[in-house]
Write a protein that binds this ligand. Structure first.
Ligand code: FE2
Length: 261
């Protein structure tokens, strides 16, 4: 098992602004870093409308959180803890990133996952980014049915982003007895775009609140992402109907829909 110090060191190396996405990085073991715990847990459980990869900050811009998220104590608590951690992680370089908020709040029936199943990572760059960017990183938290992480080293060297579905191939390489970890309810966990993870199956029906904050240099311009009434995205939202629609190119998407956790 990796210590918190080892995990933090790996995350720092992964997200270094000097280091662009590189398949060779999957060869390092990694697990998420614990950032903190939601302080007002009953507040976190409060029903909120869902939003998907909603832009809340542009590079070097202010955070613009629309209602009802702006007055939600748990969202503010989450942001406060994450931004303090970001300062530690990246210093002022965190300001260069877009921030995207996802809130997914619904009842998950026993035997199902809240979000689409399958091992994946958030932040595939794919053929849209022939010149690779420094990678995305994410913070996730949920009140039940925790996300599962796999941290075993993987050989992604032979994968072709024009032909291979990296999520399926890398997921298939994971050893059953490899490095694995389940998240914990209300615990804020930080991971990089090299961190494989998947949604867990609900053992019993539960109301699940899931929140994710994605720090990314990419323009998340997928049609279907939630628009922020306080912050217009300076790009056109587009569908993915052309070549490559079956390959994961965004936060997590393939022909069967979005992967999630
Ligand atoms: Fe994910």
């Amino acid at each position: 098992m990796l210590t918190q110090v080892q995990r933090l060191k790996r995350l720092q190396l992964d997200v270094s602004p000097q280091s662009a996405f590189h398949a060779g990085q999957f060869a390092h073991p990694r697990l998420p870093v614990v950032v903190g715990k939601i302080r007002n847990q009953s507040g976190f459980d409060t029903i909120l409308p869902c939003c998907l990869d909603m832009l809340i900050k542009l590079p070097r811009g202010e955070i613009r959180l629309p209602s009802p998220y702006a007055t939600h104590t748990a969202v503010n608590d989450l942001l406060e803890q994450i931004l303090a951690f970001e300062q530690q992680l990246l210093g002022d370089d965190w300001e260069d990133y877009h921030l995207y908020l996802t809130v997914d709040c619904r009842s998950v029936p026993a035997g199902h996952t809240q979000r689409n199943p399958g091992w994946h990572f958030d932040g595939m760059q794919g053929v849209r980014y022939p010149k690779k960017l420094p990678i995305c990183h994410q913070y996730v938290v949920s009140n039940s049915i925790p996300t599962e992480y796999a941290g075993a080293p993987l050989d992604a060297g032979g994968l072709d982003e024009r032909k291979d579905n990296w999520f399926e191939v890398l997921g298939g390489m994971l050893p059953e007895d490899g490095l694995r970890e389940l998240g914990q309810p209300y615990r804020i966990e930080a991971m990089s775009a090299y961190q494989l993870h998947r949604a867990s199956v609900a053992e019993e029906t539960a109301q699940r609140m899931f929140m994710r904050l994605d720090f990314s240099l990419k323009q998340q311009d997928r049609l279907g992402n939630t628009r922020n009434p306080l912050l217009a995205a300076p790009w056109v939202f587009v569908g993915r109907t052309s070549l490559g629609a079956s390959l994961p190119t965004e936060t997590g998407f393939n022909r069967s829909g979005r992967y999630g956790a």
